[in-house]
Design a protein around this ligand. Structure first.
Ligand SMILES: NC(=O)c1ccc[n+]([C@@H]2O[C@H](COP(=O)([O-])OP(=O)(O)OC[C@H]3O[C@@H](n4cnc5c(N)ncnc54)[C@H](OP(=O)(O)O)[C@@H]3O)[C@@H](O)[C@H]2O)c1
Length: 259
């Protein structure tokens, strides 16, 4: 029996990187997707190649992990990747739509391409992944997880496109969850805590991050949702709600992490 396959976007750093490592450890093969690759790194630390090396280490000798340099706006590239996953890995069990941006600054008077960029990455990207990868899932067994933020309900003033797109992603979760009921479970985490990540912390210079939560809590939440019955779908859950259900470990501090 082949290992289940998890497709994770935003996997070059932060939460997506942690998900790849922990899902590999839990027995998944990994398709790690982001724009930063060994051949084409960006300003921030992390590439999908580095993530895949760590995932393979965590997953052991039988773990397959692919490093895919791909922009989540590239609908045709996503469809081509789904074709490759189907022919070479033969299955897809879990998609985590984690990649996102949060452009700062006023909305009105700014170039509209910045607005479109957020919509393309934070909403259209997850839709393209669901559209291309759900057909690879065995009915009754597939799972999709979309990563939102409490900015969806508590407006991040000065980041209107982030709030708007995260609210849209939650609505999309509920609607596609209904469309796919009994076939694929589609759920969403509305992350309401500060979780340590290279991307997030780079926006907060000179801050003490030791009280930020460890990204492993997102792995707990993902693995718990992946194990729920297929009828558990269309939910938007905070970490506090998931902690209350015993799905996520007790409060963590990145400052306590042992390397
Ligand atoms: N950290 C928090 O406290 C927090 C709180 C609330 C919600 N969230 C949500 O959690 C998720 C992960 O956050 P994070 O803090 O781990 O973020 P991060 O460190 O900034 O990482 C973002 C990831 O998204 C990828 N990405 C961005 N644009 C992309 C594109 N066009 N195509 C492909 N990949 C793209 C980045 O890779 P490349 O640059 O290499 O493409 C990177 O791997 C996001 O959805 C975020 O909204 C985080």
């Amino acid at each position: 029996m082949s290992r289940p396959v998890a497709v994770i976007t935003g996997a070059s750093r932060g939460i997506g990187k942690q998900l790849c490592i922990d899902l590999a450890r839990e027995g998944y093969d990994i398709v790690a997707i982001a724009r930063s690759t060994a051949d084409s790194p960006t300003k921030l630390p992390g590439t999908v190649d580095e993530t895949v090396a760590l995932a393979k280490e965590a997953g052991g000798a039988t773990c397959t992990a692919w490093a895919i340099g791909l922009d989540v706006r590239d609908e045709e590239g996503i469809e081509a990747l789904a074709g490759r996953v189907k022919s070479e890995l033969g299955r897809c069990d879990l998609v985590v739509n984690n990649a996102a941006i949060a452009p700062p600054g006023a909305t009105l008077g700014s170039p509209m391409r910045r607005w479109r960029l957020a919509i393309d990455i934070n909403v259209n990207g997850p839709l393209y992944f669901m559209n291309s990868f759900v057909p690879l899932m065995t009915p009754g067994e597939g799972r999709v997880l979309n990563i939102s933020s409490s900015a969806s309900v508590a407006p991040a003033f000065g980041r209107a496109s982030y709030t708007t797109t995260k609210r849209a992603l939650e609505a999309l979760t509920e609607c596609i969850g209904w469309e796919l009921r009994e076939k694929v479970a589609v759920n969403c985490i509305r992350l309401e805590l500060s979780v340590w990540s290279e991307g997030y912390t780079s926006t907060l210079p000179d801050m003490d991050f030791s009280d930020f939560e460890d990204p492993v809590i997102m792995s707990d939440a993902t693995l718990w949702l992946a194990r729920q019955p297929i009828a558990y779908t269309g939910h938007v859950l905070t970490i506090a709600q998931m902690r209350a259900m015993g799905a996520v470990r007790a409060v963590t501090r990145i400052g306590d992490r042992v390397a």
